[in-house]
Design a binder for this molecule. Structure first.
Ligand SMILES: [Fe+2]
Ligand SMILES: [Fe+2]
Length: 275
């Protein structure tokens, strides 16, 4: 049972005068990635074969991710009536297939898989919280609040199951931390970059992963404050089984803030803005 439905969003309160042009490309890109949630569910069902109770929760999780994609697509089409979500989605699916045909986790263990899932939910929960805090358009604000609440619940779901598998598999802190760092680095991989390309660039444009990834991240960082990064850092440390308070946490947050805002070739350095 989902925690909210598309009908719960006050679509009729949409206010075009409050739409930020900078946010629209990000929402279009996110709609494509979120709508693909069932692709990941199929992979997770194989990785967690035999765990029927968790398998049922994976199904509910995927339904919520798909709803995020549908809701974001609906908002993006209100903000830009000329944008065709289905066409962008077909283009994205034709050019991008996630490397998820494995029978066992690409992270080396079920614990590692769930640490990686915690990382994804850390990223999405902080992202939609930052967007909700920054944007003025009332429908998007409400939508991002609902989605962020789902993403925090998803983190909790995967974290609790990670703890359960950790008790069986005894994956150490170092390996969990390595999975956290590796998954953080994959934030700039092909999926988001290609989604940005398909959602926003004309067919004639040549796909350039570094450019699209940089543009997406620079656009995203406009909406983040240090508080969002600090909270996300604590969630990452928790997933690795490390202390979430004290010097380590503060150093990690400062490092993450610097890394996310680092200058990139050809991309204007983002500044935190209120829109
Ligand atoms: Fe989501
Ligand atoms: Fe999620």
């Amino acid at each position: 049972m989902k925690h909210w439905q598309l009908e719960d969003i006050a679509w009729d309160r949409f206010d075009a005068t409050e739409v930020s042009a900078e946010i629209v490309p990000l929402i279009k890109s996110a709609a494509l990635v979120e709508r693909n949630g069932r692709t990941y569910a199929a992979y997770l069902w194989r990785v967690f074969a035999g765990d029927a109770a968790f398998g049922a929760e994976i199904g509910r999780w995927a339904d919520e991710e798909v709803q995020h994609g549908e809701a974001l697509a609906r908002w993006a089409q209100l903000a830009d009536p000329a944008w065709n979500f289905e066409a962008a989605r077909d283009r994205f699916n034709a050019g991008y297939q996630p490397p998820l045909d494995a029978e066992t986790s690409v992270r080396g263990s079920r614990t590692g898989e769930l640490v990686a899932r915690c990382m994804v939910e850390t990223g999405t929960s902080s992202y939609y919280t930052a967007l909700a805090d920054a944007c003025r358009e009332p429908v998007l604000k409400q939508l991002c609040r609902h989605i962020a609440a789902d993403e925090f619940r998803h983190y909790k779901l995967f974290y609790e199951h990670m703890r359960r598998y950790q008790a069986q598999e005894h994956v150490g802190h170092i390996r969990r931390l390595l999975t956290v760092l590796r998954r953080a680095g994959e934030g700039e991989d092909d999926e988001l970059a290609y989604a940005y390309h398909c959602a926003n660039e004309p067919h004639a444009a040549q796909y350039d992963r570094a450019r699209c990834s940089g543009a997406y991240l620079a656009g995203t960082m406009r909406f983040y404050g240090i508080g969002h990064v600090q909270r996300a850092t604590r969630m990452m440390l928790k997933a690795a089984g490390l202390p979430t308070q004290g010097r380590l946490s503060s150093l990690a947050a400062q490092g993450a803030w610097w890394w996310l805002n680092r200058p990139r070739a050809g991309i204007k350095s983002p500044a935190t803005a209120s829109v």
